[in-house]
Write a protein that binds this ligand. Structure first.
Ligand code: PRP
Length: 206
């Protein structure tokens, strides 16, 4: 088991698309992996072992080397800023990071910005030379302007449905998001052949 390539897979919305991608690459992941409560899923036929992780933790596992490689959204990579190699843009789970507000928002001094991505938001407004107060939330970010907690939010937009249903507008796009294949720096050297093989398989599909 020691030689299996350890792959940190994000549970939830990315998994379904990653599943399809691996399938197309000839690596038929178990479809139910996402739904089962099992956290470590060995797949010796493919020389891999999957670690089912909360998406935001994938870069942490990879930086510390408990996973050799991982799949993670660019949003999490930008926020976590971990010391990992970004190997491949998998072109799945496409969405964007945006600044969002109520349609009648007005510029105020030191506006409050609610977000799950405090580092991304702080950096964005710092680069624009705007002083803001960042409030970290863990979900349902769209609530913040609606209930008067924040003037704006920084959040992911995929279909735009959440914005539409809550009467919010996208003011500015910060960056495009897709999922990336990342690798631990030491694993990338020590298991180069296996990792490169996987990259080649995945690359033909993207
Ligand atoms: C994400 C994001 C938006 C929504 C965007 O939330 O924070 O709320 O998806 O998708 P849409 O543009 O297709 O509506 P998520 O579903 O991850 O839940 P959360 O509120 O717990 O962050």
């Amino acid at each position: 088991m020691g030689d299996l390539l350890k792959v940190a897979m994000p549970k939830g919305r990315i998994y379904k698309q990653a599943f399809k991608l691996f399938h197309q690459a000839g690596i038929p992941l178990p479809e139910e992996a996402d739904e089962s409560r099992k956290l470590i899923i060995p797949f010796p036929e493919a020389g891999m072992e999957f670690i089912m992780a909360k998406p935001v933790d994938v870069p942490t596992y990879v930086e510390y080397g408990v996973a050799d490689i991982g799949i993670v959204g660019k949003d999490v990579l930008m926020e976590e800023n971990r010391d990992v190699y970004e190997l491949l843009d998998l072109a799945i789970a496409r969405c964007r990071m945006s600044v969002i507000a109520l349609p009648d928002w007005k510029p105020v001094i030191n506006p409050r910005v609610a977000t799950k991505y405090p580092n991304v938001a702080s950096q964005y407004f710092r680069e624009k030379g705007q002083q803001v107060e960042v409030i970290k939330l863990n979900g349902s970010i769209e609530l913040a302007p609606m209930i008067g907690l924040a003037d704006r939010i920084v959040d992911m937009v995929e279909t735009g449905q959440t914005l539409r249903e809550n009467g919010l507008v996208e003011m500015e796009e910060i960056f495009q998001i897709t999922s990336r294949l990342i690798a631990n720096r030491v694993s990338y050297r020590m298991k180069h052949a296996e990792i490169q093989r996987l990259c080649d398989l995945l690359q033909v599909t993207v």
